[in-house]
Design a protein around this ligand. Structure first.
Ligand SMILES: [Zn+2]
Length: 91
């Protein structure tokens, strides 16, 4: 089973982070539903962007968020999700 990653907000800190799920959301949709209920902002992600991609985004002044929106490198999308650059502490 491939470990699935999720991006979600820290419960207490105003901080987004990447976490590895301990279950496969496709194989156990009921677990994923329960997880989503506890963490409504959680987004499943395949991979983190590479260092090169992050550098290109910083250079181009256009970055993506885990939900796939395009934002300014230090911005948030309409879903309230910050850019990968912020989440990964690149800026
Ligand atoms: Zn978005």
């Amino acid at each position: 089973m491939k470990r699935q990653k999720v991006v979600r907000k820290h419960k207490k800190l105003d901080l987004w982070m990447v976490r590895v799920l301990k279950f496969d959301p496709k194989a156990e949709p009921e677990k994923w539903a329960a997880y989503k209920e506890r963490n409504p902002e959680a987004i499943l992600v395949k991979t983190k962007p590479s260092q090169r991609t992050l550098e290109r985004w910083a250079y181009d002044s256009v970055a993506k968020t885990p939900c796939g929106c395009k934002v300014e490198p230090d911005g948030k999308c309409p879903h309230g999700v910050p850019s990968w650059l912020i989440i990964l502490g690149f800026i």
